[in-house]
Design a protein around this ligand. Structure first.
Ligand code: ADP
Length: 350
């Protein structure tokens, strides 16, 4: 079903994206692939469909579950879960390894004490068999352990020829910061990766997507409504899916828009909270004001500055504004003073 809100994992359920899936499949022997694009563009779906088409063994690490300041315990628990799901394939390589305990169907990676296993050693052990390591929303690995993770990936890149890493990321600037191959000081410096960037559907594809989705639900929907959904949600497949579903239950496009904006607002608030927890000298209120001004169409540095100063009734330093803009860009919320997601734009007006 096209309007199923979970990521698709079967080729038959994935609309379009043949080219991207093919590109992943034909490059799967490379050490490192990246799948990037804004939230809801379909990265996880493309990843899962490709993995299933490949019929190779893989583990999937879902970093959405990691909190901003996660520690080794949380990270290792994600890896343990993923390894456990492939235990029948991996048992012989993980058995009797120092720092790994297999109890029943569960793989436990020791994360502390003297028997602890480093990520690099873990990858070396896994390399005894062919394995794809897929890491979803990998930018969330940034944080206290990021140097160690980069070291381990760089090590695996150079020595573990049986491993392929596929990383996805919604916050594209932050993903690039994690895999910073152009920075001489970065452990992954000088390595090559193939990046597959997912774009939104054009109008025609969006229309086909919606028509097919409604057809599957046996719901007749006027062209006018379909056009309105396309105009509002701008070809982002996850939003089209959301809108299709909501329209099927509510039957009113205005309600659908309102619900979407509410969802987006919640996500924006979470993103702001995470950001401000770390860099506390820029407050959440500042980010909200910046977003509000951007949503009003203040599309240059100076326009944004004067709008924000008016909102706040005080002056804002150049470095603070630069910082806000840079962060919003790295989080893939804006690019060149424009929102990448139309629903986030509407949510920013609230
Ligand atoms: P991302 O990982 O980029 O956030 P997902 O793969 O989770 O995106 O997709 C978001 C939503 O949109 C899911 O409900 C998914 O089923 C749907 N979706 C995305 N791309 C497609 C596609 N090409 N065909 C069908 N459904 C899609």
């Amino acid at each position: 079903m096209l309007f199923d809100e979970r990521p698709k994992d079967r080729k038959e359920d994935l609309f379009d994206r043949e080219k991207e899936v093919e590109e992943i499949i034909s490059n799967i022997k490379r050490p490192l692939l990246l799948i990037s694009g804004v939230r809801r563009i379909g990265k996880t779906s493309v990843l899962l469909v490709s993995l299933n088409e490949l019929k190779e063994n893989y583990i999937l690490i879902d970093c959405r579950k990691l909190k901003e300041n996660y520690g080794r315990k949380e990270l290792y628990s994600l890896f343990s879960e993923a390894l456990s799901s492939k235990l029948s394939y991996l048992k012989d390589v993980l058995e009797k390894v120092k720092g790994i305990n297999i109890a029943g169907n569960y793989v436990e990676l020791k994360w502390g004490g003297k028997n602890y296993i480093s990520l690099s050693s873990l990858f070396d052990e896994l390399n005894k068999k062919r394995l794809i390591i897929a890491i979803d929303e990998a930018q969330r690995l940034r944080g206290p352990l990021s140097k160690e993770i980069k070291d381990a990936i760089a090590h695996a890149y150079d020595y573990d020829k049986n491993l392929t890493f596929i990383l996805t990321g919604s916050e594209v600037g932050l993903l690039h910061e994690l895999i910073d191959v152009e920075n001489e000081n970065s452990p992954v410096y000088g390595r090559y990766y193939l990046e597959i960037t997912l774009d939104r559907f054009n109008k025609e594809k969006s229309k086909e997507f919606l028509q097919r989705g409604f057809q599957e639900l046996s719901i007749k929907v006027e062209d006018k409504v379909i056009e309105e959904i396309i105009d509002y949600f701008d070809g982002i497949p996850g939003w089209l899916t959301f809108a299709g579903n909501e329209y099927a239950t509510m039957g009113k496009i205005e309600e659908v828009k309102k619900t979407a904006v509410k969802v987006a607002k919640g996500e924006l608030e979470n993103l702001i909270e995470e950001k401000t927890k770390k860099v506390s000298y820029i407050t959440g209120k500042r980010y909200r004001n910046a977003l509000k001004c951007l949503a009003k169409g203040e599309n240059s540095w100076s326009k944004l500055l004067s709008c924000m100063e008016k909102e706040e009734g005080s002056t804002i330093s150049t470095s603070v504004l630069d910082n806000i803009i840079q962060n919003l860009e790295k989080m893939s919320i804006i690019k060149d003073y424009e929102f990448l997601d139309p629903v986030y734009k509407e949510a920013s007006k609230l």
